[in-house]
Design a binder for this molecule. Sequence first.
Ligand SMILES: Cc1cc2nc3c(=O)[nH]c(=O)nc-3n(C[C@H](O)[C@H](O)[C@H](O)COP(=O)(O)OP(=O)(O)OC[C@H]3O[C@@H](n4cnc5c(N)ncnc54)[C@H](O)[C@@H]3O)c2cc1C
Length: 484
Amino acid sequence: MKKLETDIVVIAGGPSGLCAAVQAAEDGANVIVLEKAGVVGGAANMGMGPLGIGTKYQKRQMREVTVEKAFNMFMEYTHYNVDARLIRRYFEQSAETIEWLEEKGVEFEGAFSYFPKSEPTWHIVKSGNGIGPRAAGAMNRALYNAAAELGVQFFLNTPANKIVMEDGKVAGVLAKDNTGEEYEIRCKAAIVATGGAGANKEFILEKTGYRFGEDLFSFAIPGLMGDGLKMAWEAGADQLPVRIEMAANFEGIEELPEGICNVFLQPNLLVNKFGKRVMNEDHMQNATYLSNVVAHQKDKICYSIVDSSIVKYYVRNGIDVVSLVRPNEDVSDFYDGIELAEKTGNKNLIKADSIEELAAKLGVDAENLEDTIDSYNDYCESGDEEFFKDKRYMRPLRKAPYYAAAVRAGGYGTVGGIRINENCEACDKDFMPVPGLYAAGADSCNIYDDSYMFLLPGNSMGYAVNTGRIAGMTAAEYAEKNQI
Ligand SMILES: Cc1cc2nc3c(=O)[nH]c(=O)nc-3n(C[C@H](O)[C@H](O)[C@H](O)COP(=O)(O)OP(=O)(O)OC[C@H]3O[C@@H](n4cnc5c(N)ncnc54)[C@H](O)[C@@H]3O)c2cc1C
């Protein structure tokens, strides 16, 4: 067994762990990062950027979002069912964190909304490849370089497996690398930042009731098994609910040409297994709302339906609502996607020459579907009396062929589990800090109540980088006070 000593062990090198490590090292602590994967960055390597509130980008775009506005929006959205002190500290710090990241070499494209009804809080990282998925990988690289320059030691492929407690305080962390080498690292403080349990089927079933791959289709990266949650709970931290960070999923068609998903995400007709409408489709771009709607339906499935004149309109004029996650507005590859789906027998994407045939292929009640489409076409003239959708998006479905795609409940992973306070100190059942134990990022993210807050986009990575910094600050202070 290798024996090492340091002030702080940061358990994991995702964005929260990286920010914790850099901040703690800037504050004078010696830091070791243990990372399970062969690379740092965690799920943020897939994403685009963190939230910032009151940033210079918003000011320049004359779309300022104040901390007061965001805080009030957030508290009302969550019914005050969250820690107001933590939210306030996170939001207050978020603009300065954008600048702090810039000092480390991170560049931003600007501040963006995720969909028309959201605020421009999403600070998309400049990656050299334009705006799109994986941009935030550049942020992780910059943070890793900053950490290395500050002398932070990284052990990759080395998952932590236990937090050692002595006299009620953190005294060390145990780990084992992928060659079987074991490590005991003596330390004053440990920061748990392992990103939740998004890849752990059994854990998700036990904590949330969802059956991964059956009624929940997650985007979570491999390796997120809830290790940090279990270690922190075992070390004395209180257990809070673990929830899915819901985001709807077009399972089985994501890999087809981009125009497919871009068309089916437009606010057209969405029906359930009974062939009935289920929402004002204006809100479909809010991936959490869409996922929640789907999760409430029979078999946790819905179908987004268009006819051939809607597709023709989009191909000619572009789509109604643009997604930065699928940035290509040109959907002329839609027909290639349909052809490919037909060739490969893709059951998640259906083409039919009549509504009756469509209903049969989807396994949906044909009479209901015909009634729904009739009424919907009437609402296109008179206004949406059922769910009050914006008239701009009311396009009738009259012309075969009809196309439908399955929409399922999905998630970025899990959020929450470890009780923390606004200083990111992990707390026990009596709300008292467990000496030397800190948590940040998804493992500690109980701030959304039951649904991810997409109206302030970038919230998830924003929470990770900001709580990472807070945990780094407080742990460094604690370690300094507790030097022998
Ligand atoms: C496809 C996708 C796109 C996204 N886009 C955005 C976006 O644009 N904006 C946004 O706000 N959010 C986005 N998110 C969410 C965001 O990426 C996460 O909220 C964020 O990465 C969480 O950070 P974290 O540090 O808590 O955990 P993670 O990023 O999940 O990192 C956790 C790390 O812990 C490591 N680990 C696990 N167990 C151990 C162990 N025992 N020992 C050591 N290491 C361990 C893992 O290998 C991983 O590196 C996206 C997520 C996905 C999946």
